[in-house]
Ligand binder design. Sequence first.
Ligand SMILES: O=C[C@H](O)[C@H](O)COP(=O)(O)O
Ligand SMILES: C=C(OP(=O)(O)O)C(=O)O
Ligand SMILES: [Mn+2]
Length: 441
Amino acid sequence: MVQTQIQMPELGLLPTTFTKVKPAVTETIREITITPTDHIDTWSPDSWRTKRAAQAVEYADKDALEETCAYLRQLPPLVNPSEIEQARAQLYHVALGRAFVIQGGDCAESFHDIKYDIIKKKVELLRQQSEVLEEALGMTVIPLGRIAGQYAKPRSNPFETLPSGEKIHAFRGHNVNSEDPNRRQPDPNRLLLGYFYAAASQNTIRHVSTHSAPSAGKTPGKSFLYTSHEALHLPYESALTRDHYNLSATTIWLGERTRQLDGAHVEYARGLRNPIGVKVGPTATADEVVAILNALSPDRSQCGKVTLITRMGCGRVRSVLPPIIRAVQLSGHVPIWMCDPCHGNTFATSTGVKTRRAEDLLQELKETYIAHRSLGSRLGGIHLEQTGEDVTECMDGERTTCEEDLGQCYQSLCDPRLSREQALWLVKQFGEFVKNYQHEA
Ligand SMILES: O=C[C@H](O)[C@H](O)COP(=O)(O)O
Ligand SMILES: C=C(OP(=O)(O)O)C(=O)O
Ligand SMILES: [Mn+2]
C-alpha cells in the first residue's frame, strides 16, 4: 500500500468560472415540456454534495477519504482540456451521422492488469474493430477505451454473505476494495493507487499508439484513443475536476443505477465540458430521458454533448426504444445514440456464473440499428465489455459453447467480457448486417 504525506488544502477554494445561461421561457413541443435551466451558475465541482448519491461508498474513516481527495486535488491532470475539446468536436460529427464510435474495455479494470502487453492488446483490439467498422460503414470510426480509470463499480447488492454467514462488502472495483473476501473494507488509499495506475495506463496507451499505430495515425505524444470510465465515485471524480473539466478521462458516463434526475451524479455531470454518456435501460421512460438531456445539455444546440447508451436486452428493443427515440427527436436535442448490448443480456448459469451469449449481443445491435433507421434516427456507436485476452467468459458457437467451457479461463472481476476473438466477430457481423441492410434499403 502506498504511503502518502497528505497536505490539506482548504476545501471550497476551487476555481469557479461560470457561464451564466440566460433564463428562457418555457416552451412546449408537442407533448413534451422543456424548461431551459438557468441554474448552471449554482454548479461547482462539489455542488453534487447537496444531493443524494446512489451507490455511494461508505468509508469507515471519512476524514481519511477527505484527506486523500485533498491530495488528489493537487496532482497533475491525466488528460488535457484540449483533448476533451477535440473529442467534443469529433463527437459533434457522430451525432450528425457522419462518424461512428466504438467504445470498449473491461467491466472492471484490474490493478493487476496494468502491464504493457495487456494494455497493448486492448488498444490493438479497439484499433482493429475501428478498422473493420470503417470499412463496413464507410465513415470515420472513433475508438474510445473503457480504460485508464474504470475502477469503481455499482452493484445490485452492496453486501454479500460468505458461506460462513459473515456479511462483507461486495467488490466495488479496485479503486474501492479488493476482490479478496478478506480485504473488502473500502480503503481511501486505493484512490491514489487508481490515479497512478490510470497515469501509467495513459502513458502506455500513448506509447503503443506512437510505436505500433499505422503510419497515418502516428502523432507522437497524442493518445490514439480517448479514455472513459463510469463517473461513479464522486469524491474521486470531483477531486480531479478543474474548472469545468473532469481531467481524469476524456469522457465519462453515468450508469443505469446513478442517473436519477435529482441525484448527485446528474448534478456533478451537468457542469462539465467533457462529453457525457448516460446508460438507458428498459425501465427508463421517454420523459425521463428528455429530462436528463435537459439537465445535462440545457443548450440544445450542443450536438453530441450527451451520448445515450441504450442497454435494453435483446427482444425488448422493439417495444421500449422507439418511444424514447421519438421523444428525443421532438425535444430538439441531438445526442449520440449508442448501443451497449452487454448489460441487458447478462444471465447467471445454474452454478451462478455470470455470462452472456454473443448471439444475443448481435441481436440487440441489429434490433437497435433497425429501430433507429425506421424512425430516421441514427445509431452512432457500440459500447462493449471486452478484453484483448483469450478469456472464456461469454458463450459463443465456437470455443465457449456451454457452461462447462466458461471455467477454462474466466478471469473477470465483475461482468463477463467478450474475448478478443468474440469482440472482433461481433463487430464484423454487425458491419456485414449494416452493409446488407443499406444495400436492400
Ligand atoms: O457492471 C455492471 C454492474 O456492476 C453489474 O452489472 C452489477 O452486477 P451485480 O448484479 O453482480 O452486482
Ligand atoms: C455498470 C455498468 O452498466 P449499467 O450502468 O448499464 O448497468 C457498466 O457499464 O459496467
Ligand atoms: Mn459491467
